[in-house]
Design a protein around this ligand. Structure first.
Ligand SMILES: Cc1cc2nc3c(=O)[nH]c(=O)nc-3n(C[C@H](O)[C@H](O)[C@H](O)COP(=O)(O)O)c2cc1C
Length: 303
């Protein structure tokens, strides 16, 4: 049986529902030597900021049970280099290119969105308002529904590119920021970003990360992410991109049945760069076995 994996997230068309998550796939250059990027549903880039950022002091990564703690601090070459070098490379592939943007202040996001609006080949902007690893207050917009609303609304005014708002799980009720994003004109939502955590080296009596705290990702956070998707699916009408600890098709299907229209593979890319391709194949097989022709029919199909 032929199955149809195509899916639309508002105005964003995907060949299949499996993307790679921001910060775990760079700008695609290294992975292009390992897998065929054309087979992905889409690539969400590492965060792009207005100016280059060096990121946080090392160590920036620490492994924890079933998880990874990171405090990269949004290291990236900045918007000019992205537009000149990274985007032209990504444009060469037949896959959706979603650019993750981050800023320290509202104005910075607005300038980024305005400039990217003039570039060709961007399917959507993923607005990273939820990175836990940077000190500037601007990057925790997404703990506050009012700030989220204001930022998304202003972004909506300066760009025609569809906006995907990336939500943080580090709040009491994730549906509040989800609803604020919907009201402000978001096209879709990504959830979840990493969970704020900390780990200590008891021999040295020091935090394992240079930044002290960091963002936890990987299978350890999957139930938190699935719960976030399920709760949000009940409250908003926007398409959801689910992520957090997906390592195989079964993990991805948990998110889809909970209400995600697409999924993104993050930390698992570091373990096996082919994870996303295996997930696509696994979803296809599941649909064939269950006799489901259209991927759309699976979304939110929780008994
Ligand atoms: C090393 C690393 C860097 C990340 N960088 C970004 C980033 O630049 N922007 C962003 O929105 N999310 C970033 N994330 C969060 C991921 O995109 C994803 O939301 C999170 O890791 C949960 O998915 P996972 O458990 O599959 O990794 C990063 C995650 C990791 C592990």
């Amino acid at each position: 049986m032929n199955v149809n994996l195509k899916i639309k997230l508002g105005r964003i068309s995907l060949n299949n529902p499996v993307l790679v998550a921001s910060g775990t796939f760079g700008y695609g250059e290294e992975y292009a030597q390992l897998i065929d990027l054309n087979e992905l549903g889409g690539i969400i880039t590492k965060a792009v900021t207005l100016k280059p950022r060096e990121g946080n002091p090392s160590p920036r990564l620490a492994e924890t049970p079933a998880g990874l703690l990171n405090a990269i601090g949004l290291e990236n070459p900045g918007m000019d280099v992205f537009l000149k070098e990274k985007l032209p490379f990504l444009r060469g592939f037949q896959t959706a290119i979603i650019v993750n943007i981050a800023g320290e202040k509202e104005e910075e996001y607005l300038v980024l969105a305005e400039r990217l609006n003039q570039a060709r080949g961007i399917s959507a902007l993923e607005v990273n308002i939820s990175c836990p690893n940077v000190k500037e207050k601007g990057l925790i917009f997404s703990t506050d529904p009012e700030q989220t609303f204001s930022l998304v609304k202003r972004l909506r005014e300066v760009t025609d590119i569809p906006l995907i708002v990336k939500l943080t799980p580090n709040v009491t009720d994730i549906t509040e920021t989800a609803q604020a994003s919907e009201e402000a004109g978001a096209e879709a939502l990504s959830l979840i970003n990493t969970v704020l955590g900390m780990s200590i080296d008891v021999e040295r009596r020091k935090p394992k990360l240079g930044n002290i705290t960091g963002g936890l990702s990987g299978p350890a956070i999957r139930p938190i992410a699935v719960r976030g998707v399920w709760q949000t699916f009940q409250k908003v009408n926007l398409p959801l991109i689910g992520m957090g600890g997906i390592t195989n098709a079964e993990d991805a299907l948990e998110f889809i049945l909970a209400g995600a229209s697409a999924v993104a593979i993050g930390t698992a890319n570091f373990v096996d760069p082919k994870t996303a391709l295996k997930v696509i194949e696994g979803i296809k097989q599941y649909m064939q076995v269950k006799g489901i022709k259209n991927f759309k029919d699976l979304i939110g199909w929780l008994e």
